[in-house]
Write a protein that binds this ligand. Structure first.
Ligand SMILES: Nc1ncnc2c1ncn2[C@@H]1O[C@H](COP(=O)(O)OP(=O)(O)OP(=O)(O)O)[C@@H](O)[C@H]1O
Ligand SMILES: [Mg+2]
Length: 241
């Protein structure tokens, strides 16, 4: 394409055009300690990590190695004791909670092991939520996502009326609805049987392909790791080379 034709360029092309090929997320020398009684435990140690625009990165490692803690730091859901996280050219640790909330709404999507849907909102309302709180409602986009995850006939159901797989498909649609630059998922298939796990993961990958988002997934699933552009392994709070 010589010039960017907005009527035909895919969302993926638009996203990578806006971010280029350089690192989208760069974390340097992250450290995190927690206090347990009188003890101070170091749970993230000198972690350097980057994620390129559109890249699919898997984080593996045994239980307690620090995967969820690291994901929380990268997504600015938690503060490091030291170190920086840059999203493009913005240092997330210099921002206050309001500014971070805007970045989370606009640039990030999240999928958790236990779904984290809002229990009083329907499927459609949960998926619309990120757009609604950002005051950018888009009914067409919401309908498109509901259809994409195969929940057209459940759009008015509450999370408690859905199976685990259906709840996680709703969460996947919600994570991608605002076309984020990066999606973080912490064991997104951990509470699902194999068939639902495969379906949810395929949807996450398909939607990510359409939107051009980078994807950072914590998982124990070796099949999924094989599909990643890059696999990072954690051990005792550090990244193994
Ligand atoms: N708030 C906290 N207080 C005390 N210890 C914590 C806290 N959060 C995490 N930890 C400890 O830090 C270590 C890393 O925890 P984390 O949840 O990041 O591991 P994980 O790799 O995600 O494990 P899993 O695969 O079981 O989810 C663990 O030893 C955990 O017990
Ligand atoms: Mg974890």
């Amino acid at each position: 394409m010589t010039s960017l034709d907005l009527t035909t360029a895919s969302e993926a092309e638009l996203n990578s055009a806006s971010t280029g090929n350089e690192a989208l997320l760069t974390a340097s020398q992250l450290n995190k300690t927690v206090h347990v009684g009188e003890q101070t435990l170091s749970i993230i140690k000198d972690v350097d990590i980057y994620v390129n625009a559109g890249e699919f990165v898997v984080i593996m490692g045994k239980s307690g190695s620090g995967k969820s803690t690291l994901l929380g730091l990268l997504a600015a859901l938690d503060y490091p004791d030291s170190g920086t996280v840059m999203l493009v050219d913005q240092a997330l640790n210099t921002l206050d909670e309001d500014a971070l909330a805007v970045i989370r709404q606009r640039d990030m999507g999240f999928v958790f092991q236990s779904f984290h849907l809002l229990p009083t909102l329907t499927v459609a309302e949960n998926i619309a939520f990120p757009l609604d709180i950002a005051r950018r409602p888009d009914k067409l986009r919401v309908t498109e996502l509901i259809e994409a995850v195969g929940l057209g006939d459940r759009r008015n159901s509450l999370p408690s009326q859905l199976s685990g797989g259906e709840q996680q498909r709703t969460a996947v649609a919600r994570a991608l609805v605002s076309r984020p630059k990066i999606v973080f998922a912490d064991e997104p298939t951990g509470n699902l049987d194999e068939q639902n796990a495969n379906q949810v993961m395929q949807l996450l990958l398909d939607l990510r392909e359409q939107v051009g988002s980078a994807l950072v997934v914590v998982t124990h699933d070796a099949t999924l790791a094989k599909m990643a552009d890059r696999v990072i392994t954690m051990h005792d709070g550090r990244i193994l080379d």
